[in-house]
Design a binder for this molecule. Sequence first.
Ligand code: SF4
Length: 212
Amino acid sequence: MSDASQVTQSDRDEMRRNGILVTSIQEIYNWGRSHSVWPLQFGLACCAIEMIAASMAKYDIARFGSEVFRPSPRQADLLIVSGTVTKKMAPQVVRIWNLMPEPKFCIAMGACAISGGPFKQGYNVLKGIDRFLPVDLYIPGCPPRPEALLHGLIELQKRIGKEPMRTSRLSPAAGDSPAKTYVLPEFGEHDIVPPCNPAIWKAPELTGLDRT
Ligand code: SF4
């Protein structure tokens, strides 16, 4: 059989009952990739405590192959943005992302990383890291529990498991024309410059304000 995807699930189950396993190189390849996602050892605020808890014995992220938190972006393929991203810190987060090798993934963990959270109106807080990075998964909460992070990781594994092996893949959330190096903002005289990466983020259209 040249393509294991042509074998129906019921056929697979039947063969498994008889001690025959059917697979493909692509499935083995993606199985290995999805179960060895290595997060960067990097946290920004209180959400990071929950991320750390997920790696402890009670939640045991090692069950999913992601216990190897790396101290270097060169050795990591998952950036978990866990905590409040201040405008002074945003350039460092993008710089770290640019240093990570492809293929790589980004999880925005918690309300602050997603939208600024309780500090959204703060003059110094970025209103969502997706203004500068291609976020693959959003995990809401303030903070999300470790179980939520594990659930997000499992969802990410499912996505990796469906990726075609031969596609030269860059970050999937970046769309059809991903950039290898993302715009690095600077903390200017009054604010962060530019305020977003226009290639990956556009201000949402406001609705319900038409008073004509
Ligand atoms: S979302 Fe809540 S728990 Fe997470 S960093 Fe922000 S304030 Fe802290």
